[in-house]
Write a protein that binds this ligand. Sequence first.
Ligand SMILES: Cc1ncc(COP(=O)(O)O)c(C=O)c1O
Length: 362
Amino acid sequence: MKIPQFKSFVDKQDYSSLEKVFENNYIAEGPYAKKFHDQLLDIIGAKYGCFASNGTLAIYLGLKALGIKPGDEILVQNITFIASANAVEMLGATPIFVDIPSFNDLTIDITKIKLNPNTKALIIAHLFGTSCSNIEEVKSYCDENGIFLIEDSAQALAISNSEKHCGTYGKFGTFSFYADKTITTAEGGFVVTDDEVLYEKMLYLRNQGRLKSGSFVHPEIGYNFRITDLQGALGLSQLSKLEKIKITKKNISELYKKYLGNNVTYLSIRDDFNYIPFRVVVFVNDAEKMLNYMVENGIESRSMFYPLHKQPCYKYLKHSDMNYPNSLECYNKGICLPTWIGITEKEIMYVSDILLKGLKLK
Ligand SMILES: Cc1ncc(COP(=O)(O)O)c(C=O)c1O
């Protein structure tokens, strides 16, 4: 049996949504993008939102609008996708990596933070379709210490508790619509905020330093981070399937739990937030060995994120392994299992069976 690590959930309905845009003969950011924007804000519950070309540029856009500049230091969760760090680096600022509290709890351990006058913001990541475990605590910490809280919610669209949605605790929150995200527009990003001034600033920055396209007068220096109406229409079509995506993905995680039982350790998940697994994550003693064994058996799984402090490209920051024991354990043990709409129970059983055999339990 061959099981891919991921398949995008795009279907005929998505395909026909694109036809409508071509019929409209308006393919740049326009009415469909506006409707997609409105529906996203309804789901997220933020006051303002704007698109960026992708989730990485969404983080960059927010940071740039906040005035982050060379010399500033930004705290970044050490286990996350590299985009947070890269967005900081694009601004000429410095990412400072902070360890996680334990190997299966993917958030910033605030007890490990060392502040200095250059520390301007903290980027928390809500990973794998759940909220980070300590968002309230991180928010209070940022407020008390006068630094901005930024939430990378690329993997956390439609993740909320009875009070708040991920991405709405901090100064701004960002989302990604890359092909493997909860909903996709192939590429695409979104920034939300309740701060009107910050929002206005972002509108200028994302559209060549002007508010309206078509004008050649540019009050500010800006860039082009716009999306297309093809993405807008695709996003709307994807959103119409959100309930199905939620139920199906939750079901996949329950099936893995059913077949793997207590033989593996799971990601720590808050039960007051809903959960739409981006990937089902499990922890075993030797992830590398297990990943090789799975590949030998036709299963394409993924490792955990490589700790940012170990990234060859950030070697110049000279972070030492000594400060990141939990990140290292997380990487050495973590495996992301195939979690995509369309995977069958039989395939989940097969993956689980191979995993258990790999553990020498079968
Ligand atoms: C946690 C996280 N942050 C940021 C990004 C960056 O998003 P994009 O690929 O749209 O730039 C991704 C996804 O790829 C991600 O998973």
